[in-house]
Write a protein that binds this ligand. Structure first.
Ligand code: IMP
Ligand code: MG
Length: 184
């Protein structure tokens, strides 16, 4: 029987570590927002971040909205002329709210940077960023990330929401994909 595990070179972030990261980041988000009267909204980027967002929000004991967007970012490697394409937009007003964008991974940082500006333009009081994984070696734009789960090396990873060709999202851990899989 073929199993997805056969395509994984090594496990980078196991289930216990993911759980510890969610505990830590949820505690920090709670601490940072507990004394605020403003509405707190997590904006989750489909599809990869859904697993992380639902684990995180369950650990936040404050009233907290959950919204979804689907976006993709285009632009050449060296210019900043790329744009963001919105495939699924917010269905509600976020004016005056404190928004936290939930991402699975930050690579070049382009998607997050553009999404942040978009949400600021929609009238949010503040827009912060929270990511499970950060690949700082790949960063192409200056980007402040407020909550980081863990920094990882420049490897292509899958699992816990992250896909290759829409596969491997349902692995319960984050693993490095064998290069032979995507070099085929
Ligand atoms: P960027 O930060 O704008 O370059 O894009 C980040 C997006 O690229 C993420 O939301 C993922 O969808 C995708 N991505 C980047 N690195 C990986 C990876 O190692 N595995 C799976 N998807 C990735
Ligand atoms: Mg993504």
């Amino acid at each position: 029987m073929y199993q997805m595990r056969d395509d994984i070179q090594s496990i980078l972030v196991d289930e216990n570590t993911i759980s510890d990261i969610c505990d830590r980041l949820a505690a920090k988000i709670t601490q940072d927002h507990r004394d605020s009267n403003r509405e707190l909204i997590l904006v989750t980027v489909l599809k990869g971040s859904v697993f992380f967002a639902t684990d995180l929000i369950r650990r936040i004991p404050l009233p907290c909205g959950l919204e979804f967007m689907k976006v993709s970012s285009y632009g050449s490697g060296t210019s900043t002329s790329g744009f963001i394409q919105v495939h699924l937009d917010l269905k509600r007003d976020i004016t005056g709210a404190d928004v936290i964008i939930i991402e699975d991974i930050i690579d070049s940082g382009r998607t997050l940077q553009k999404l942040k500006h978009l949400l600021e333009d929609k009238g949010a009081n503040s827009v912060k960023c929270c990511t499970l994984l950060d690949k700082p070696d790949r960063r192409q734009v200056e980007m402040q990330v407020d909550y980081v789960g863990t920094v990882i090396p420049d490897e292509f990873v899958v699992g816990y929401g992250l896909d290759f060709d829409e596969k491997y999202r349902n692995l319960p851990y984050v693993g490095i994909l064998k290069p032979s899989v995507y070099q085929k």
